[in-house]
Every structure is written in C-alpha cells, then in structure tokens.
Write a protein that binds this ligand. Structure first.
Ligand SMILES: Cc1ncc(COP(=O)(O)O)c(C=O)c1O
Length: 386
C-alpha cells in the first residue's frame, strides 16, 4: 500500500527545471537580449543551431518557430507540391499530416505496428504499391513519426522509401534525445523535424522547433524558406515562396540553458520508465521500444481494453493521464477526403492507449502511488476474469 503524495502528481512538468538550472540564469540571458536588441534569430539561436547539430551528430541544424514550421520548411526544401504523395503515420498529432496538406500534397495515411505504435513498414509498402497502381500521384516523401519519443523502424522505412525514389523526413517532434541503433534523433533520416513546445523532452518557454539536414543545399533552402524565400544575396529579392518561420532569441536562450541539464533529464526519464516497465502489472500492454534504441520518453504509454474505465479510475484517485490520440488523423473532419485506406491498428490504438505521468522530476513517492493504483485496477479486472 502507498498513500497519496501530499503534492500534485504531474503528467508533464515544464517548470521544475527552472529551479534546477536557476531562474537567475534565465533572467541574465533575457537581460542580455534586451540589451543587444536582436529579438529574432539573434546570437542565441545561432549558437543553438551549432549546439544542436553537435548534440545530434548532424551536419546542419536550423532552428525555427515550431515543430509544424520545421515539418513544413523541410517539405518546402524538397519542393513538395500538388500532385505529390506524402506517406505519413496516422497515429500522431495532426501536424505530421497538416504540413504536406498545407503545401497542396496528398497525404497517404499508413497504419501502425500494434506493439511499437509507430509506422508499420509492411503497410507503408502496401500503401506505396496502391498509389503506384493507381498512377495518379508522384511518390515524393515518407514521414514516420517517433510516437511518444520512441524511434521508428528506420532501417526498413528508409530502404523502402529510397527504393521507391522517396526521401524520409523524420517527425521527431516528440523524440529529440532518442537514440536509434547508436544514432541520435536528427541524424537518422534524410531530414528531421523537431519541436521544442514546452511539454516536449527538450522544451522551451513558448513555441520553437528545428530542422536537421545532411546537405548544405537543404539547409540553405530551409533558411531561405524560414524568411519568406529570401535570397541570401539580396534580402529584398524573394526567390521562392516561404513563410515566417523564425525562432525568437528568447526561446534560443531558454534552450541553451535547458540543454545543460538535458542529458540528466533524459536519465531521470529512463528511471521513471524502468520503474513502470518492471513494476506495472502484465495486465497492461506497454509500448515496445526497438532493440538497441532508446526512447526520449515524451510520454510513457500503455494499452488496455478498458482504457476509458482505467482513465476515470486514475483521475478519481488524483492521477493525471491522457489518451493520446483518441482519433487517428485520417478519421478527423478536415482530413476526411484523404481517409481512403483501412487502418485497423490505428483505430484500435486510439481506443486503448493511455499515457501515464512522465516527467524527469517524479519521485519514488509519486511512482509508488501511480504504480500501486494501476496495479490495483489490474488486479480487480484479473480477479473478475478468473
Ligand atoms: C508528432 C508531432 N508532430 C508535430 C508536432 C508539432 O509541433 P509544434 O506544436 O511545435 O508545432 C507535434 C507537437 O505536438 C507532435 O507531437
């Protein structure tokens, strides 16, 4: 038995790291920006570009306004346009599919693997064959999503995409800090988009994102599209279509501070995950992390048949939790016209998954209580079934 902690248990925690790092460090960095006056893409974001590229082991990084910007800018650099087919996970946050649609491309939704919850390479191959057979769209790009922070089956996905003349844009918006067979997120696919929204593993204090690329050409295109397609030679000649996709210097300064504790925060997330892995009842299915890979644990997610009842039970007991995502993107109203394929695994996941409290700052008292309540619910269900 464990008693309810005297403090609220957090599903996300965007604030504690302020105290761990020291508020004075943030204030000093903000004061510096007020003094130099370069509020957008100032020296802080330039330093951050370099630090993030080094952290990921990627040649180029360009920070931008959000994860959605990062996805859109990457696709702009590849000149994604009407008539292009972009294959995308459907069990994801809407922005993964929104980016190609904003550019006029056709999203082709791909089903998930029931254990990893990530894009199923076999269904990707099926979807490609269907589009080829129909012969109406150009095969352009694949967007696998590292859902909840856990890396996709990149070797298989990249091979299938490249064999079909397509590039792979990793949606690592939830997985910055994850590792796929020795490679960090940002250095695995042809290009990578990440988000620094506050609840992400590396979160800023507003909106932010970054694009990682391997070639100077792609990086230059991203940098141009980030400021309305501006020419690097003549700032009043816009040589292509772009957008406002800059990161502001304040977010750059926050992220430079957050990076100093990021590895420790990831270790703390592994500690939380390993307690859940080892101590939660076998009544629950747990998201499978691929061999030789590390999730960044944006969320810790399980699945069970009576998800809604479990969710109500946890909430009654003061434990915050969330059903991410209750509707796969292909079933959402704005995407109805692209809802052309049957995606049974995504449908099932949307009814069975539940994300538990996952922050670097959950302590053993919090975890004892959450695990105890989860296992109490499981025991009741298993006794009834016996
Ligand atoms: C998988 C995924 N893709 C894209 C995004 C978009 O990121 P942002 O909110 O920074 O635009 C998010 C953010 O929630 C996400 O989780």
């Amino acid at each position: 038995m464990s008693t309810k902690p005297n403090k609220p248990i957090m599903l996300f925690d965007c604030k504690t790291s302020q105290n761990v790092i020291g508020q004075d460090k943030f204030l000093k960095a903000f004061e510096n920006i007020l003094n130099h006056g370069a509020y957008c893409q100032g020296p802080e974001t330039k330093e951050l570009d370099e630090k993030l590229a080094a952290y990921s082991g990627t040649k180029y990084c360009s920070t931008c306004g959000s994860g959605t910007d990062a996805l859109t800018l990457s696709l702009m650099a590849w000149d994604v346009k009407p008539g292009d087919a972009v294959f995308v996970s459907s069990f994801t946050f809407v922005a993964s599919a929104e980016a190609p649609v904003l550019l006029g491309a056709t999203p082709i939704f791909v089903d998930s693997d029931p254990d990893t919850y990530n894009m199923d390479p076999k269904d990707l191959q099926r979807a490609i064959d269907e589009v080829k057979k129909e012969g109406k769209l150009r095969l352009k790009a694949v967007i696998p999503v590292d859902i909840f922070g856990s890396p996709c089956e990149y070797d298989e996905i990249i091979k299938i995409a490249h064999d079909n003349g397509m590039k792979v844009l990793s949606d690592s918006c939830q997985s910055y800090g994850s590792v796929y067979k020795g490679k960090k997120a940002g250095s695995i696919a042809d290009m990578t988009a990440t988000s620094f929204y506050p609840t992400k593993p590396l979160g800023c204090y507003g909106d932010g994102g970054a694009v990682f690329s391997n070639t100077n050409e792609e990086n230059e295109l991203v940098k141009s599209c980030r400021v309305h397609g501006m020419s690097p030679e003549d700032h009043y000649d816009n040589v292509r279509l772009g957008m406002t996709g800059r990161m502001n210097s304040f977010q750059g300064a926050v992220l430079l501070q957050k990076l100093t504790v990021f590895d420790q925060e990831l270790k703390n997330r592994y500690r939380v995950a390993s307690r859940y892995d080892n101590e939660l009842s076998s009544y629950y299915g747990k998201q499978k992390i691929l061999d030789n890979c590390k999730s960044a644990y944006a969320l810790y997610t399980i699945h069970c048949a009576d998800r809604d009842e479990l969710m109500a039970y946890l909430k009654e007991n003061g434990i915050p939790c969330g059903a991410y995502y209750p509707r796969p993107v292909n079933t959402q109203t704005a995407y109805a016209k692209w809802n052309t394929r049957s995606l049974p695994v995504c449908e099932k996941l949307s009814k069975t998954v539940l994300s538990l409290p996952m922050t670097p700052y959950l302590d053993d008292e919090d975890l004892d209580y959450v695990i105890n309540k989860m296992n109490e619910f499981a025991a009741k269900k298993m006794n009834k079934a016996a």
